[in-house]
Design a protein around this ligand. Structure first.
Ligand SMILES: [Zn+2]
Length: 116
């Protein structure tokens, strides 16, 4: 298991793994979600959006698309999938992949634990 997402093979900006939506729609997400994520992946304002989420975000495409949660990395086969689509390698949904192998939240993601 990768304890540091930055160490994932797909995070190597010298040899990035292309993202894919070939796994087909993930029923946990709406069509609008998928459309938004796909559009954001090629948005010229990607860097500004990433910096809005994490002001220290490196301006590296592989890093920015993860900070913005636009893609997810399959823990089993390393496939890089657009958020809203199942894995192009094994067909698992993101939720099932997380349940199988919990991953730390991406850097800069908001802490969703609402402890009082
Ligand atoms: Zn997979």
């Amino acid at each position: 298991m990768l304890s540091d997402p930055a160490a994932a093979p797909s995070m190597d900006s010298r040899h990035p793994i292309p993202w894919s939506c070939a796994g087909g729609p993930d029923p946990d997400y709406s069509r609008a979600d998928r459309r938004e994520h796909l559009a954001a992946l090629t948005d010229p304002g990607l860097a500004a959006r990433a910096r809005a989420v994490d002001e220290h975000c490196e301006l590296d495409y592989e890093r920015m698309i993860r900070v913005l949660d636009l893609v997810w990395d399959c823990p089993d086969d390393g496939a890089v999938n657009v958020t809203g689509y199942r894995c192009s390698g094994c067909g698992i949904s993101r939720a099932l992949a997380r349940r199988a192998r919990p991953q730390p939240p991406p850097p800069g993601s908001a802490d969703r634990d609402s402890s009082t």
